[in-house]
Ligand binder design. Structure first.
Ligand code: SAM
Length: 298
């Protein structure tokens, strides 16, 4: 995990939002940005699930529930959703994407960090296919046991502790199922994740526009990050500081939305200051042009 990469891309976040599954590593957000934490388990249950984190602080969980059902969060109510190393833990990520899309306001940001399988314990596993994800979602029930078998055979079996005292693989599967252990149900590379997003868009109408991306830097970190926007912007959004529709010359007055400012108060303030400077510069330029015309007698 590279905090520099995460911090850089966190610059896309403004206003109020939620982070799913932050656990002991909440995303550091810019000053003034407000975050509430969501997890499938309470802090007490997370402590039981992750005893290895006993010495670390966990975030306060404000909403307990699966990302597949964010029922207590209203439609279009948040400016952003963060999920770092969470989507791969979700049995039916299509349901989670639908929920993330539902709670985001139009133009809201989905900050999605995923582990890069080629440099993590998932390296022996096959990337999850789009067909698999579509089938699981359509069936309404996921191939839960199959995922745990894949985990035991292709992750745990390759860990050093397995060689020291190999457990019975089937018993191990049962134990993890009993514990409701949070395995990586799915495995994506950046390209296969984009295939999946395309399929979700085509089949479910869940539309995210890709705004930014940072790939894994082997040896430095183990993840890739997508910055996704709910819906497609009327003009390309290139960077947070340039994405104010009131100040984007490509937008006409008709196309600019009336209220509220989509990027939150801090961004609005930055943009207002910048717009003020530009306005002052154009007044100066107009004055100079008038002066030149007067001098040249035109
Ligand atoms: C590997 S930890 C990620 C911790 C942290 N975000 C990070 O970047 O390292 C996975 C987190 O996702 C949570 N989680 C797993 N399945 C979930 C689900 N269906 N809904 C919400 N949270 C879930 C886990 O409880 C845990 O807090």
């Amino acid at each position: 995990m590279s905090s520099a990469k995460r911090s850089h891309l966190a610059g896309w976040l403004t206003g109020k939002g939620i982070e799913l599954g932050a656990l002991h590593q909440p995303l550091a957000v810019p000053a003034g940005v407000q975050v509430e934490y969501v997890d499938r388990l309470s802090v007490a249950d997370l402590r039981r699930q992750y005893p290895e984190l006993a010495s670390l602080d966990l975030v306060p969980v404000a909403h307990i529930g699966s990302a597949e059902d964010l029922a207590d969060i209203a439609d279009s109510s948040v400016d952003f959703v963060v999920a770092c190393h969470v989507l791969e833990h979700i049995e039916d990520p299509t349901r989670a994407l639908r929920e993330i899309h539902r709670v985001l306001r139009d133009g809201g940001i989905f900050f999605c960090a995923l582990p890069e399988p080629r440099v993590t314990f998932d390296k022996e596993r096959q990337p999850t296919t789009v067909d698999h994800l579509v089938r699981d979602h359509a069936n309404g029930s996921t191939s839960r046991r199959e995922h745990f078998v894949d985990w035991v055979e292709n992750v745990e079996r390759h860990q050093p502790w397995w060689a020291e005292e190999p457990p019975d693989p089937l018993k191990r599967v049962e134990l993890l199922l009993d514990m409701d252990y949070s395995i990586h149900f799915h495995v994506w590379r950046p390209d296969t994740f984009l295939d999946y997003l395309g399929a979700v868009r085509n089949a479910q109408g869940i539309e995210f526009e890709l705004l930014d991306f940072a790939g894994c830097q082997p040896g430095v970190d183990d993840e890739f990050i997508f910055i996704l926007r709910k819906g497609v912007a009327p003009v390309p959004v290139t960077a947070p500081a340039l994405s104010n529709p009131w100040f984007n010359p490509a937008l006409t007055g008709d196309a600019a939305p009336a209220t509220p400012h989509p990027l939150g108060a801090r961004q609005a303030l930055r943009d207002t200051v910048r717009a003020g400077r530009v306005a002052a510069a154009s007044v100066r330029a107009a004055g100079q042009r008038r002066l030149q015309r007067a001098r040249s007698g035109r």
